[in-house]
Every structure is written in C-alpha cells, then in structure tokens.
Design a binder for this molecule. Structure first.
Ligand SMILES: NC(=O)c1ccc[n+]([C@@H]2O[C@H](COP(=O)([O-])OP(=O)(O)OC[C@H]3O[C@@H](n4cnc5c(N)ncnc54)[C@H](OP(=O)(O)O)[C@@H]3O)[C@@H](O)[C@H]2O)c1
Length: 288
C-alpha cells in the first residue's frame, strides 16, 4: 500500500512508525504557553485537521499550559485513531508565573509520566522524551540517573519507547548504554545548525531527529535568501524552511506548531515541495 503519511513514514522501532511531517501542539495553549487558548474551538479544530491530513505524530507535554494542551488533545481526539502516536516529554515544571523550571529528580519524572498518562487517557505512552536541557549541543552533564528512572517505567510497560531532548552527542551515547534511544529532539532549523553533526549521527544510527522550533519558534525565521528562494518556487517561506528540513536527512522529523488551520494546511503541503539542488545550496548559506 502506498504511504499516504505526509513526508512519508519513518520507522523508529519494530512496529513503531510516524509521519515525518508531524504537529507540535505547544502553541495551542494560551500566550507564552500558559493557560487556556485564546480560541478553544480553533485549537480543537487544528488537532482534528492534523489527523485528517494524515499526521500520526503529535508532540506534546503535560507542562504545556500546564495540562491545557494534553486536555485539548484528549477532548479533540480520544478515542485515538489507530496509528496515531502522541509523543510527550518530561523534565520540567511551570512556576505560578508561567516560568519554566527543570524538574529532573527521578520521583518527579515518574510523577510527570503518570500525569501524561492520566491526562491523555492512555495506559502506556508510545514515546517519552527526557528533556535534559532547553536547547542541546553543549552540556555533557550526566543524565544516567534520570534516564534510568524512565527506563524502569519502560520495563514496567508504562512507556514503549524512549527519546531525549536538549542533549549533546555525549549525552546520547551515555543514554544508549542504559536503554535504546529512538529519537532526539533539539533546536534545529535553517538558521540554527549547531547540531549538524548530531543530525548526521542520528541518520547513520536510524534515530529520529525531531527539530523543535523548525520555523524559529518565538523568533520567526527571517532571511532575504529564504524570501527570494520561496518567491522563485511559488511557495511560502515557512514551506521552504520545512521542506529544507525534510530534505536535510532521511531521519529528520518535523513538528511545526500552529494555532491556525490555514497554517497547518500550508505546513503539511510543504511535505510535497521538492527543493532543487541549487535552492538547497543557496539555503545552506543561511545557517553558516
Ligand atoms: N523539546 C523542547 O524543549 C521543545 C521546545 C520548544 C518546542 N518544542 C516542540 O516543538 C514544536 C514546534 O515549536 P514551536 O511551535 O514553538 O515553533 P515553530 O514551529 O518553529 O513556530 C511556530 C510559530 O510559527 C507560526 N507559524 C506556523 N506555521 C506558520 C505558517 N505556515 N505561516 C506563518 N506562521 C506560521 C505559528 O503561529 P500561528 O499559530 O499564528 O500559526 C507560531 O507562532 C512545539 O509545538 C513543541 O511541541 C519542544
């Protein structure tokens, strides 16, 4: 059967494949990812449309809102269709003012997994990313204690697969000695390419590299080169930025976020945009 998933399906482990074009649900919460959405019906519509468009990879966390985004996902999509994978992450908490605080003690990580299970209405989570840092790349602090705590939950059947977020090359190696790692989620896009070597390593080891902030996140990507290439191809700058990530390696996963159905459709259509070699060469000048 032909693969109808946008961007195709990436197989991360036996029996576990996700659409390479996914959806990042973080922006569905209120301003600064805190509190309820400005337009609740639109948020529910975006989630339902993502599934309609063939997306099987929705990225979330219980600290988005907090709780708000997971509750929206459950309301919009439960009972979940076959093949839909909710990817969550643990390792942080929100302060009363909306601040982001690392929360990496083993007991806290286990409580965060239970919160995700309960809020999403699941008996097991398909993929849990341990969020070690807010970006990744440089910090080589040991993650053994934290990753071991999640590996124990995997042994107990509460988690099927494990991943990492905000990690360096050395931290990936350390985690792999504890349990299999199927995905890495770090900040990476056309203009932020510090993780180029890690992207290549993930491809060589068939580990998914899920780029967060693929469109620049809270600081939208802006570049004359990007604008020019997009105009020539008759596409939007966002579509070109996403197509570049898809073509960057065979194991990149995209999780662009949006609170708009129109933007969601535009982003998913980018999975069909093929960038000619000369456009890639031009775009490659942006991040160096
Ligand atoms: N692991 C981590 O530590 C971490 C950190 C941050 C994010 N994440 C994950 O990564 C996902 C992606 O990050 P993100 O959503 O913050 O950043 P992003 O995908 O780079 O950008 C989202 C922003 O771009 C806008 N946008 C989206 N599509 C657009 C389009 N076609 N045209 C114009 N504007 C468009 C959105 O506004 P509109 O709503 O107006 O479309 C939103 O403001 C998150 O949802 C989250 O799941 C993970």
């Amino acid at each position: 059967m032909a693969d109808s998933a946008p961007g195709g399906t990436l197989t991360l482990a036996d029996g576990f494949g996700v659409s390479r074009m996914g959806f990042g649900a973080m922006q569905l919460a209120g301003p600064n990812v805190f509190g309820p959405p400005k337009d609740r019906e639109q948020a529910l519509a975006v989630l339902r449309e993502a599934v309609e468009l063939g997306i099987t990879n929705i990225d979330t966390s219980d600290y988005y809102g907090p709780a708000v985004v997971n509750e929206l996902i459950r309301e919009a999509l439960h009972p979940y269709p076959d093949g839909l994978h909710l990817v969550t992450k643990v390792g942080a908490k929100r302060g009363p003012d909306g601040g982001w605080k690392p929360s990496l003690a083993p007991e806290s990580l286990k409580a965060q997994v239970r919160d995700n299970l309960q809020r999403l209405g699941l008996e097991a989570l398909d993929l849990v990313n341990l969020r070690v840092g807010s970006q990744g790349g440089t910090d080589d602090a040991s993650l053994a204690e934290q990753f071991t705590a999640l590996a124990e939950l995997r042994q107990q059947g509460l988690i099927r697969h494990l991943g990492l977020s905000g990690v360096s090359d050395a931290q990936l190696t350390e985690a792999q000695a504890i349990a299999p790692v199927v995905s890495v989620q770090n900040l990476y896009n056309l203009a932020n390419r510090q993780d180029d070597p890690l992207v290549d390593r993930c491809e060589a080891e068939n580990i998914a590299f899920a780029s967060f902030f693929p469109l620049g996140g809270f600081s939208p990507l802006q570049s004359d080169v990007l604008t020019d290439v997009a105009a020539r191809l008759g596409a939007s700058a966002q579509q070109v930025a996403l197509a570049w990530l898809l073509q960057r390696s065979a194991t990149t996963l995209l999780i662009p976020g949006t609170s708009s159905v129109a933007h969601l459709r535009e982003n998913v259509a980018a999975a069909d945009l093929v960038l000619p070699d000369e456009a890639v060469t031009e775009l490659d000048t942006i991040g160096v």
